[in-house]
Design a protein around this ligand. Sequence first.
Ligand code: FAD
Ligand code: MLT
Ligand code: ZN
Length: 474
Amino acid sequence: MNALLTQLRALVGDAHVLTHDDPATDLSAWEQDWRKRAHGRALAVVRPGSTDEVAGVVKACVAARVSIVPQGGNTGMVVGSVPDDTGTQVVLSLSRMKAVRELDAANLTITVEAGCVLQELQETAERAELLFPLSLAAEGSCTIGGNLATNAGGTQVVRYGNTRDLCLGLEVVTAQGQIWHGLGGLRKDNTGYDLRNLFVGSEGTLGIITAATLKLYPRPAARLTAWTAVPSLDAAVELLGLAHQHLGAGLTGFEVMGQFALSLVNKHFSQLRVPLWRDTPYCVLLENSDSESEAHARAQFERLLETALEREVLNDAVVAENLAQAQQLWHIRESIPLAQAEEGLNIKHDISVPVSRIPAFCHETDALLQREIPGVRLVNFGHLGDGNLHYNVQAPEGTDGPLFLKSYEEKVNSLVFDAVKRYHGSISAEHGIGSLKVGKLPLYKDPVAMALMRQIKLSLDPLNLLNPGRVIEP
Ligand code: FAD
Ligand code: MLT
Ligand code: ZN
C-alpha cells in the first residue's frame, strides 16, 4: 500500500493525499456520513485537481486493486460516499475541481467541474441573469457531481425535472482510467446508446463524473410563495390539481409538511416561527414563478387560493409579501431534515407513488405502523408535486434512537416498502440506494432490470473497484 500512496502523492501532490499516518490529520469529515449512520476508515483521502489527475489516480488504484469511493460534498442520505471500515479504500474527493469552464448564455448552458458546490453554480447563473433551477437544502455543501451521481431531485422538480433532466453532457473517468469526453450543449443527439443517462444516478459505481454541461433557464420576472393549511392529504392532492390548472408552467414548487414534522422545527428551531401548523394535519408550500410581473403572479395566486378556499381544500393561507418572507418560509420547510436529525437517529424513506394514490398509501401505512409499533412517530413531508414523500419514522417519545433502529429498522423498512410495492411505487425517489438499501433493491425491483444492471456494472467495472457494495451487489 505504501507504493500506491507514494504514487498517488506524486500524481496529485503531498498536500492532497491525506492519511491516518499523520496524527494531526482528522479524516472524520470524509469518513462519516451526514446522517451519522456509518463511520468508516479510509486508506487515504485523495483530492485530485484535474481530470487527468483523476484518471491517473484511478489507473494507480486499479493496478493496486484498491477500490475507490468517489465523494463530493458528503451530504448523501444513503451511506454511499464514505469508505467501509477496512482501511483499504481510497476516498476520491472531487472538492478541488470546482471551475466553471464555460457559460454560453445564447445556448442557455453552463459547463462546470464536478466539485462545484451547487449554490456557487446557482450564483454563477444568477450573475449572468439566468437560472440554474436545481435547489435543495444541502445546496451550500453538495456538489454538482454528487447531484448528478444521485440524480438529485429537490424542490423544483415539478417544473424543471430531476438533475438528469438538467444535464446535456458529461465528462467521465471510467473504471479503467480512460476519459470519456461527452461534454457539449446539444439538446438533440441520437447517435446510439445514451451513456450520459447511464452515469447519471449511478452513485459512483460506473464511473467518476469530472465535469458536466447543464441547462440554464431565463430567470422568472417574479417568484411568489404561499404557505397554506389544508384539512387533509386528499385536500392537498386536490390543491395540487388546482395549482396545475391555475398556474400552468408557473407552478415551480409544491411541498407538503405533516404536523409532526413541523412540530419538530418548532421544537428545535423555535426562532423560525412556523405559521399555521398547530390546528391542521398538513401544510403546503407553493411557489408560483411568473415570466410577466409580480402583479400578474399575485393575481393568479389569489384566484387559485380563492377557488381552493371555496372548495374547502384549504383552511388558511399566507402569501409572502416580499423575498425575505418567501425565503423564511422556504427555510422552515428546508429545516425539517435538520430538526429531525436534532430529534435523534431515525429511519428515512424516500418513496414515490402516483400522486393520486398518496392519501390512500398514507392512511393505510400510518395505521399499519401504529398497529405494529405503538407510539411510533411519523415525520411525513416532501415533494408532493412529484409524488415523492419523505415518509420517515422516528422512535416513540423517550425511546433510545440507536436501540430503536437496531430493534425495528428492518421491520419498519419491510412494512413501508411492501406498502410501496402494493401501490406500484419506488423505494427511492431521489436519494438513491447507496449501501443502506442495497439489500432491499432486489426484493422490490423487476428481476430483469436487476439482471441488466448487473451486466452493465460487470462490463463497465469488471473488477468491482468503483464504490463496491453500493447500488448493486455483483
Ligand atoms: P456525496 O454525498 O458526496 O455523494 C453521493 C453519491 O454520489 C455517493 O454514492 C458518491 O460516491 C457519488 N458521487 C459523488 N460525487 C461523484 C462524482 N463526481 N462522480 C461519481 N460519483 C460521485 N437529495 C435530493 O435528491 N433532494 C433533496 O431535496 C435533498 N435534500 C437534502 C437536504 C439535506 C439537508 C441533505 C443533507 C441532503 C439532501 N439531499 C437531497 C441528499 C442529496 O443526495 C445530496 O444532498 C446531494 O445530491 C449529494 O451531493 P454530494 O456532493 O454531497 O454527494
Ligand atoms: C428534503 O427534501 O428535505 C430531503 O430530501 C431531505 C430528507 O429526506 O430528510
Ligand atoms: Zn427531498
